[in-house]
Ligand binder design. Structure first.
Ligand SMILES: [Zn+2]
Length: 205
């Protein structure tokens, strides 16, 4: 009677039907959900080989939930680092749009429930994927592993509102809401201005 499963990357418990880990954003292998629940909660780790981590550094070969050293991907504010990390998590679309966003302190109360409850970082690199929105949390410099993926099918509201000096991106599901500030540009990172412009055309009304 196990309709739960565990993320093969971070061990987070989640519904067997979940395609994405609510904790780290890792895509879950489909066969786990398809196999008619093994009665015991003990999941024999048929650990799928994680998608090719670009490994400049040798990572521990046999550690059970493989510990990704997040620093290996590089500084979070770097588009190439974001793409390396995305790919390691199983997100491979080449058409993704990436923006940097800051947490709004007054949003805390919204974050306690639902899909966004793991997002407690100060800053995010947000990647608009083919099928949803990937939030990659980070602190000062490096990714912190607090991620979430919201499938577009679960999005009830998506707005990108001009507040003058910046934009507010709001993403709401049935039971959860996330709002972040998106600056129009970042010094030395021209992709921010370019991608903000595209998002504004796409979502700002
Ligand atoms: Zn996980």
């Amino acid at each position: 009677m196990s309709d739960q499963k565990f993320c093969f990357s971070c061990g987070q418990k989640m519904p067997a039907s979940a395609s994405f880990c609510p904790n780290c954003g890792q895509r879950q292998p489909q066969f786990q959900a398809a196999v008619p629940a093994t009665p015991a909660a003990v999941i024999t780790p048929t650990v799928p080989v994680p998608p090719v981590t670009p490994a400049p550094v040798q990572s521990a070969p046999t550690a059970a939930p493989q510990a990704i050293d997040l620093k290996n991907f590089g500084k979070a504010l770097d588009i190439d680092a974001v793409n390396r990390y995305r790919q390691a998590l199983g997100y491979t679309s080449p058409d993704n749009l990436i923006i940097w966003a800051q947490h709004l302190p007054d949003m805390k109360m919204y974050l306690l429930l639902g899909a966004f409850s793991y997002l407690t970082s100060k800053q995010y690199m947000i990647s608009f994927e083919d099928d949803g929105i990937l939030f990659l949390g980070f602190g000062l410099t490096y990714f912190d592993g607090k991620n979430a993926f919201i499938n577009f099918n679960d999005v009830k509201k998506l707005s990108f509102k001009n507040i003058g000096i910046a934009y507010h991106l709001t993403v709401a599901t049935q039971d959860s809401k996330m709002k972040v500030q998106v600056n129009r540009f970042i010094m030395g990172h021209p992709w921010q201005a370019a991608n903000v412009k595209i998002l504004a055309q796409r979502y700002h009304k």
